[in-house]
Ligand binder design. Structure first.
Ligand SMILES: Cc1cc2nc3c(=O)[nH]c(=O)nc-3n(C[C@H](O)[C@H](O)[C@H](O)COP(=O)(O)O)c2cc1C
Length: 371
């Protein structure tokens, strides 16, 4: 039976444990230009461990793909050195690091997209927020992507993947979760198209397929992962039949033999637990449809992570909030040490405080919370 600290091969890599850093946008790039900052390199370096996997926060693939001021992006040469420093910081400690690539789609504002209307598969009323210099503000009205524009967006994914490769990353993860552009194409609440990209599920996954193929063209399938959030509610996303839709998505991705499928459990909405006390359900039904490694995320502690790996429903567990305040989380889980509580007020922007100043476990530390 597998455990949290049983080695696991994930695509091209032999990992020595199954505690993964979940992608977390922390809005700490240098402005203007979304330059990856030295404190970001510190953050990822601190959380690296020998044979461990980290997935770097959502990285916008173009100006039009941006959603949050201060969030990461990778579309110009001035960002190369910053991203190299992050990859180097993880490698220096023997870790592996994938870059999550994102297009925000309708979850944006003209101030973030270079003055143009945010794009989506279809125009559907949406009351979300974007983050601009004025704080969280209502999103700008979006427009539907013309079918002739889609190859250009796919090409942006390919170019960003190439940049990640050139910067020394170990792989890329396509952000197909949380109601951003890829997810907007997959789910029928946001995809009302009548062309080859809309209607039946075979068509609604066409955009996903093309984006995955673009990433594979750069990296090979064994260095590409995909994140999904079946029944997730972030970004007001919805589908008439999430289980059928995402089971189909899992089967499609299985064909490509990608490195892993990364699943957010529906008890989570974005950065918070929505349904306290709900058991994980999504990885369980997706397991039937995906034969490669499954990374599960959302609301896990050491005990429940161990349980889901032992059950066989998932192979690895990604931790977000607990990893934010416990840079040595794998060590602490392995030795059943207490965890330092996370600080929500520092999640969305700020400086080093409650970002890179959380210490590794000190033997004299008083238990602050038990897991
Ligand atoms: C501050 C913050 C930022 C996040 N940013 C991202 C992101 O960029 N991409 C993503 O896929 N998920 C993002 N998430 C979601 C996490 O990856 C994860 O799914 C969520 O925190 C649930 O896991 P947890 O219960 O271990 O925290 C974010 C979460 C937090 C708390």
């Amino acid at each position: 039976m597998a455990h949290l600290f049983t080695p696991k091969k994930v695509g091209a890599y032999a990992l020595s444990h199954r505690v993964v850093l979940a992608p977390m946008t922390r809005l700490r790039t240098i402005q203007p230009g979304d330059i990856p900052s030295p404190m970001m390199a510190d953050f990822y370096g601190q959380r690296a461990s020998a044979g461990g996997l980290e997935i770097v926060e959502g990285v916008s693939i173009s100006i039009a793909a941006r959603s949050y001021l201060g969030a990461a992006s990778f579309y110009h040469d001035g960002q190369v050195e910053g991203w190299k420093a992050i990859a180097n910081a993880v490698h220096a400690r023997g870790g592996r690091v994938f870059m999550q690539l994102i297009h925000g789609g309708r979850q944006s504002h003209v101030e973030m997209t270079g003055g143009v209307a945010p794009v989506a598969p279809s125009v559907v009323p949406f009351e979300g927020v974007a983050l601009t210099k004025d704080g969280f503000v209502p999103v700008s009205p979006h427009r539907a992507l013309g079918i002739e524009e889609i190859p250009g967006v796919i090409e942006e994914f390919r170019v960003a993947a190439q940049r990640a490769l050139d910067a020394g990353f170990d792989g890329v993860e396509l952000h197909g979760a949380n109601g951003y552009l890829v997810d907007q194409f997959i789910q029928d609440g946001t995809n009302k198209r009548t062309d080859a990209y809309g209607g039946p599920i075979e068509n609604r996954v066409r955009f996903l397929r093309e984006a995955v193929e673009a990433l594979i063209s750069v990296w090979g399938a064994d260095r590409v992962g995909v994140r999904i959030s079946p029944s997730g509610e972030w970004g007001a996303i919805s589908d008439a039949n999430p289980e059928a839709t995402f089971s189909y998505v899992a089967r499609v991705l299985d064909e490509y033999k990608i490195a892993y499928l990364h699943v957010i459990e529906p008890r989570i909405k974005g950065d918070d637990t929505l349904h306290e006390g709900h058991a994980p359900v999504a990885a369980k039904y997706l397991r039937e449809h995906f034969s490669g490694p499954i990374i599960v995320a959302g609301g896990f502690d050491g005990e429940s992570a161990e349980a889901i790996i032992e059950s066989g429903d998932a192979d690895l567990v990604a931790f977000g909030r607990h990893f934010s305040s416990n840079p040595d989380l794998p060590f602490r889980l392995q030795h059943k040490l207490p965890l330092t509580p996370y600080v929500r007020a520092a999640f969305w922007g700020g400086d080093e405080k409650h970002y890179t100043d959380f210490p590794a476990y000190q033997p004299a530390q008083q238990p602050e919370t038990t897991v």
